[in-house]
Design a protein around this ligand. Structure first.
Ligand SMILES: [Zn+2]
Length: 298
């Protein structure tokens, strides 16, 4: 609880004290040749080759944007920098060792997007494509960018900068959901809406056993929703149990240590063995299932 309070206050400070959150100023356009960095990702080149005349470019402190209309790119640039700060604050660190910026490509025409989709794998949750630290999205009301989906993708980009060698899928997706839901609710609150993060509970019969969950290298197509929800709950559970231990586990998993080794070593006083962890987490994951608490901000 104490952590959640600090988390909430820190985000509100970020929102209210941050000059980037100024929706009246547009993202300045920059000539491609004048951008501070190139994207080494070959998918970037493929994206910019689709109706190459349409693309404009811009950049902020941590991101480079490729877009068609400034009014579309501006709010995305605000959300991107906002989430960068939230993630850095959450992970309790400032900058990764390098100053590499992440590239975000914003398509507008569904047919352009269809053409591009052949090159990459859609993230089932958001409809975006996240590849090797670059993000490709389409501005399309059919996708869920009105909720925390854009934030979710941006958390992936930032995590990739801190852990360029990758982290396990459950941790990547769980953190992306956990951080972006908290940030989205704070973002809404800062604009006068009543909002709090929504963390769906898992029905007991849907629960994916921990050894299975942590071994998955991509969301299982028959249980996508459970995978995202349970991963988010696992991150939330570990953070609430002990934030410092969670950060130590994140670093250990970023160095590709096995889950059991990393977790049991770090949370030794809390979970003496994998069964103890699984039992406590199973209880936590199903807490409030089917109650009104669960639908609180649906
Ligand atoms: Zn994701």
């Amino acid at each position: 609880m104490r952590f959640m309070l600090i988390f909430t206050i820190s985000i509100l400070c970020l929102v209210t004290g941050n000059a980037q959150i100024n929706e009246s100023s547009s993202l300045p356009e920059i000539e491609f040749s004048q951008l501070s960095q190139r994207d080494p990702n070959p998918l970037g080149e493929k994206a910019l080759a689709i109706h190459s005349e349409q693309w404009k470019h811009g950049e902020t402190e941590h991101f480079i944007y490729h877009f068609v209309h400034t009014y579309v790119a501006t709010p995305i640039s605000i959300e991107a920098e906002f989430h960068y700060r939230v993630v850095a604050r959450e992970l309790e660190r400032d900058q990764p060792a390098t100053d590499t910026k992440s590239h975000i490509y914003i398509f507008e025409q569904p047919q352009d997007w269809q053409q591009f989709q052949m090159f990459g794998q859609l993230e089932k949750w958001t409809g975006g494509i996240h590849s090797a630290g670059s993000l490709f999205i389409v501005r399309n009301p059919a996708y869920k960018f009105t909720d925390n989906s854009l934030g979710h993708e941006i958390v992936h980009l930032v995590l990739h900068r801190f852990y360029p060698d990758g982290i396990p899928c459950w941790l990547d997706e769980g953190l992306a959901q956990y951080v972006s839901k908290g940030a989205h609710a704070s973002y809404q609150r800062a604009r006068g809406y009543i909002a709090k993060p929504h963390s769906p509970a898992i029905a007991a019969q849907d629960f994916i056993p921990l050894p299975t969950l942590v071994a998955m290298t991509h969301p299982p197509s028959d249980r996508v929703e459970t995978f995202y929800d349970e991963s988010e709950r696992l991150v939330r559970f570990l953070v609430l149990t002990d934030k410092a231990s969670f950060l130590a586990v994140l670093d250990a998993l970023g160095r590709h240590q096995p889950f059991d080794t990393a977790l049991l070593r770090t949370y030794a006083g809390k979970f003496p063995n994998p069964t103890a962890l699984e039992e406590k987490f199973r209880d936590y994951a199903s807490k409030d299932f089917g109650t009104s608490l669960q639908q609180v901000d649906d």
